[in-house]
Design a protein around this ligand. Structure first.
Ligand SMILES: [Zn+2]
Length: 328
């Protein structure tokens, strides 16, 4: 492996920090970074790039995700890591540009993978739940065992964290991370049977930062139409009006899904009545640009720690966000 390092400056002005990363780690997952560091751009000569619109926290989460995969690919060969990973709170570490390197182990790395005979080959298999629910053990994730309104706040903050990661993956072209965020979100939603509803900050931020065709937005639209808007006893008119006030495109997108559902089920465009039929697994949303559907399913079955890692990171991020807002 090429051990060339590059420096990535993340954040704005005085809160910006320099992070040293192996160039290959970035180039392998992102055509954007490959172009920047391997082309004839000034970044390639300087081995330096500045990402002012990315927070240190988001970038470290991205790096942690990158590392969980490298550990797997290198089949046991550990790579000394010059990067620092996930400080407890971004704000407290914002001024520090030098921190002792921390060796990262992928979560649940030692967990055994069940034998192949047990695994369904069917591409539509519900790897995000069913037989895997025990192994994934998302409910046990430390920090999200909060109660009542605290839990809901933690949950919505974790969605914002997922969104930031997805926006990063969208802007800096990391196709596998986009797909992985959707798998993690789907797994979390199925495991808790709790799907995102309409949240102003989440929706406004998603529509403001992502293209309308984004699969993350599609995920939000589907869960809003099937769960939030369809809750028994709720007044649809009031809810649609609330959505429209928040974002007219969101209201339109959700109404299109609703309309498709109400068509004849035989119609080729008809959406099934239940979310689990409309979105049996995360592959229905994914782009599969880095891996095709078969490889994607295999990866979800065999490397659940990648997705558990994402869920854990976003949960931790949510907790530090909650703490910061408490302190204010
Ligand atoms: Zn897939």
């Amino acid at each position: 492996m090429d051990l060339d390092t590059v420096t990535v400056r993340v954040g704005e002005a005085e809160s910006a920090v320099n992070i040293t990363v192996y160039r290959n780690l970035l180039s392998d997952v992102s055509p954007y970074f490959r172009g920047a560091f391997e082309g004839s751009f000034v970044e390639a000569a300087d081995r330096f790039i500045s990402l002012t619109d990315v927070t240190e926290q988001t970038f470290r989460m991205f790096l942690q995700w990158v590392h969980t995969q490298v550990h797997q690919h290198s089949s046991g060969a550990t790579i000394p890591s010059p990067v620092i990973l996930l400080p407890g709170s971004t704000a407290k570490n914002a001024g520090n540009t030098t921190t002792a390197p921390v060796e990262l182990q992928p979560p649940h790395h030692t967990q055994s993978v069940p034998d192949a005979g047990f695994l369904p080959d069917d591409i539509s298999a519900l790897d995000e739940m069913g037989g895997h629910q025990k192994r994934w053990d998302i409910k046990e994730i430390e920090g999200l065992q909060l109660k009542g309104s605290e839990w809901i706040n933690g949950y919505r903050l974790s969605l914002l964290s997922f969104l930031r990661l997805y926006v990063f993956a969208d802007k800096y072209n990391v196709p596998q991370l986009r797909d992985d965020v959707l798998t993690a979100l789907t797994a979390q939603s199925i495991s808790w049977w709790w799907w995102p509803g309409v949240d102003r900050e989440l929706m406004e931020s998603a529509y403001a930062t992502l293209p309308p065709s984004s699969k993350f937005i599609r995920f939000l639209v589907l869960s809003t139409a099937y769960c939030w808007l369809s809750e028994p006893g709720s007044c649809s008119a009031t809810r649609v009006r609330a959505m429209k006030e928040m974002n007219e495109v969101l209201a339109f997108d959700v109404m299109v899904v609703q309309n498709e559902r109400l068509k004849e089920t035989e119609s080729s465009e008809g959406m099934p009545f239940w979310l689990e039929d409309a979105m049996p697994n995360s592959c229905t949303l994914q782009e599969h640009l880095a891996r095709d559907a078969a490889k994607c399913r295999k990866r979800i079955r065999e490397q659940p720690y990648i997705f558990i890692g994402l869920i854990e990171m976003c949960a931790q991020d949510a907790l530090s966000m909650a703490k910061e807002s408490d302190e204010e």
